[in-house]
Ligand binder design. Sequence first.
Ligand code: PEP
Length: 251
Amino acid sequence: MRRKIVVGNWKMNNSVAESETLALDVLAALGEGFSGCEVGIAPTYLALEATGRILEGSEVQLVAQNCHYENDGAYTGEVSARMINAVGCTSVIIGHSERRQYFGETNATVNLRIKKALSEGLQVILCVGETLAEREAGVTESVISSQVREGLDGISSISPIVIAYEPVWAIGTGKTATSAQAEEVHLLIRTLITELYGKEAAEALRIQYGGSVKPSNAAELFAMPNIDGGLIGGASLNAEDFVAIVKAASR
Ligand code: PEP
């Protein structure tokens, strides 16, 4: 059985002090000794260290929202996998649609970032998803297939990787894919991974859904056979909502 995984992506929200408060609120809402599913939170780079101190000794993992593919050098504004590792991150989100849309991230740079993160021993959350125009043009399958194949090119083991299916049209829009729409793409991803890495590896792969997940729709999404948790944006900024989603995944 795959262990579900829920990660809160705080994006460019919260000062360091606000991040500390929110992390404390999440821990309080989860309660002592929580071990229902794998949980992580991804504050801004600036707040990683302080948030990590709050999470120390808890079950909640510190996750980074991105990392660069070089260790250091002339890459203004970037942070390396080695640096986020040193600050206590155990996982990193790579290829989020906002990175692809606003910062020129491509499948090729996603691939480089994943390779570097893996070499640092980090778990990678690879984000894939189609835009509304792509869905309407009927090319969802080919878009997802290229993002998965090119993102994973040359990577020999899928075991340190989680894939997050996030339809771009559902992110931050309040529009959620129906559980059937999400399940269809999750199954497609698992089939692709079977082709690339074999049946056993594909069965073990966790595939999160992301896109306007809320306490009210989480249980239905997580009940689908190929949905193994969620990558949560907006709702993760409220401790009670985030923990309600975590608890829905833990049932
Ligand atoms: C996200 O950005 O990963 C996301 C899923 O956002 P939201 O939950 O706000 O749609």
